[in-house]
Every structure is written in structure tokens, then in C-alpha cells.
Write a protein that binds this ligand. Structure first.
Ligand SMILES: CC(C)(COP(=O)(O)OP(=O)(O)OC[C@H]1O[C@@H](n2cnc3c(N)ncnc32)[C@H](O)[C@@H]1OP(=O)(O)O)[C@@H](O)C(=O)NCCC(=O)NCCS
Length: 205
């Protein structure tokens, strides 16, 4: 079960993390611009521990967050290589068994539609390979870029399911407690022809 094998999209290779990804991933997690909507940036040890959890997920569940590698750069002056993660992650704190699609990319890689392109592959994995009934995504209301990605890949805001994140400290980070929840269900995915219709229209800028 799951796509342990790498997945190729139009411009990206979605694959398991390698040891070589750890340093650039730590730089992403230490960047205050990338981490603006999180309670704090991550140090090297925290970043490495996150990679360990990601790899455990692949081993134990057969799915998780992919390392996103640009293999066909959008711009001529852009170097190929690792730019961050996109993929599926458990959201049991929202509801038992619920699965989230998520993303975090290096600032230099923003604005090229890489997150929607990779996230559409994650929806395909979740619905077509794992047989999920629903996939959600959530963030703080002020994270406009992430909400835009959710919209582009076909998720819709479900205000009645907005929630207070249980692991955010309301004293230290009151502005990061409330989360907006977006969702797409299997019927909607199928009705829109799955990835074949989202691709092109929804994943490209
Ligand atoms: C969210 C994120 C992955 C978007 O990835 P992406 O590949 O840039 O996605 P897109 O190219 O489709 O851009 C999405 C929107 O971001 C905004 N955006 C793009 N490039 C930007 C830039 N350089 N600076 C500021 N905003 C930018 C635009 O509003 C864009 O929408 P548009 O295509 O309608 O113009 C990226 O912004 C990121 O890693 N953010 C930090 C981590 C994070 O918050 N993750 C989500 C937590 S729930």
C-alpha cells in the first residue's frame, strides 16, 4: 500500500528524504519568512527529528510527506534540486483517521506552482491508491498563500469545521490558535475527473 516508489510530475520528482536533504531542509525550517505562520522556526536538531518522523511514517504507514525535487525548473536561471516537502500527514487531532495534505517550500521556490503540482499528486495518492474518503488541509486564516494552494487543488473552506489547534500555546501565540479547515471528498475528486482535470487548470500559474 502507498506510493513508496518516487512519483514524477510534470516538473517535479516526489521521493523519500535522503541524508543530503537534511541540511537544505534545516535551512528552510530556520527561515522566518517560510515559518511566519508557525509558532517558531526550527533548529537543526528539531528539523532532523522531523525528517525522522517523516521517514517513520513511510515505513509504518506506506505514505507520508515527500521530499520535493525540482527536475525541470520553471525558470532558466533556476537550479534543480530539493526545495521542501509536500504530501499526506495524519490529522488525528482534528478527527481520528483524518488525513491532511500539506506543504512547505523554500522561499526561492515560491510562486511557480510547485506546491499545487505536488499536492495534486498527493490527492491522487490519497484517493486513488489509499482509498481515502476525504482529504483536508488547514492553516491560520492569515496564511493566504497556503489557502490559495488549497483552493487551486480543489479543496473548499468549511467554516463550520474551523478549529483551535491543540498544540499551539494560546498565551505565546494567540494569533496562531485558530485554524481554517479546507476539505475535498472522494465524490468531488471523482466528479472532477481526478487529477486529469485539476492538472493544467489548477496547478499552473
Ligand atoms: C504555501 C506555499 C507552499 C505555496 O507554494 P507555491 O509553490 O509558491 O504555490 P503557488 O506558486 O501556487 O503560489 C500560491 C500563492 O502564493 C503567493 N505567492 C507566490 N509566490 C510568492 C512570493 N514569492 N511571495 C509572496 N507570496 C507569494 C501568491 O498569492 C500565489 O497565488 P497565485 O498563484 O494566485 O498568485 C509556500 O508559500 C510556503 O512554503 N509557505 C510556508 C510554509 C507554509 O505556510 N505551509 C503551509 C502551512 S499549513
Amino acid at each position: 500500500m502507498g506510493a513508496v516508489e518516487p512519483v514524477r510530475t510534470e516538473r517535479l520528482l516526489l521521493r523519500r528524504f535522503t541524508e543530503q536533504d537534511r541540511a537544505p531542509f534545516a535551512a528552510i525550517n530556520a527561515d522566518p519568512v517560510v515559518m511566519e505562520h508557525y509558532p517558531s522556526t526550527l533548529g537543526r536538531a528539531e528539523s532532523d527529528a522531523f525528517v525522522d518522523r517523516i521517514e517513520s511514517s513511510w515505513r509504518e504507514r506506506g505514505w507520508g510527506l515527500w521530499a520535493v525535487e525540482v527536475v525541470a525548473p520553471a525558470a532558466p536561471d533556476e537550479a534543480p534540486g530539493f526545495v521542501g516537502y509536500t504530501g499526506l500527514w495524519p490529522a488525528d487531532h482534528v478527527a481520528p483517521g483524518l488525513v491532511e495534505v500539506g506543504w512547505r517550500l523554500a522561499h526561492a521556490a515560491w510562486g511557480r506552482g510547485y506546491a499545487p503540482e505536488a499536492a495534486t499528486a498527493a490527492l491522487r495518492l490519497g484517493f486513488d491508491d489509499l482509498g481515502l474518503d476525504e482529504i483536508v488541509s488547514f492553516t491560520v486564516p492569515q496564511n493566504a498563500n497556503s489557502r490559495r494552494v488549497m483552493e487551486k487543488i480543489g479543496l473548499r473552506h468549511r467554516p463550520e469545521r474551523d478549529f483551535d489547534h491543540p498544540s499551539v500555546d494560546p498565551v505565546a501565540s494567540p494569533h496562531l490558535v485558530r485554524h481554517v479547515l479546507y476539505a475535498i471528498d472522494r465524490a468531488t475528486w471523482v466528479a472532477h475527473g481526478g487529477a486529469s482535470e485539476w492538472a493544467g487548470e489548477a496547478t499552473r500559474r
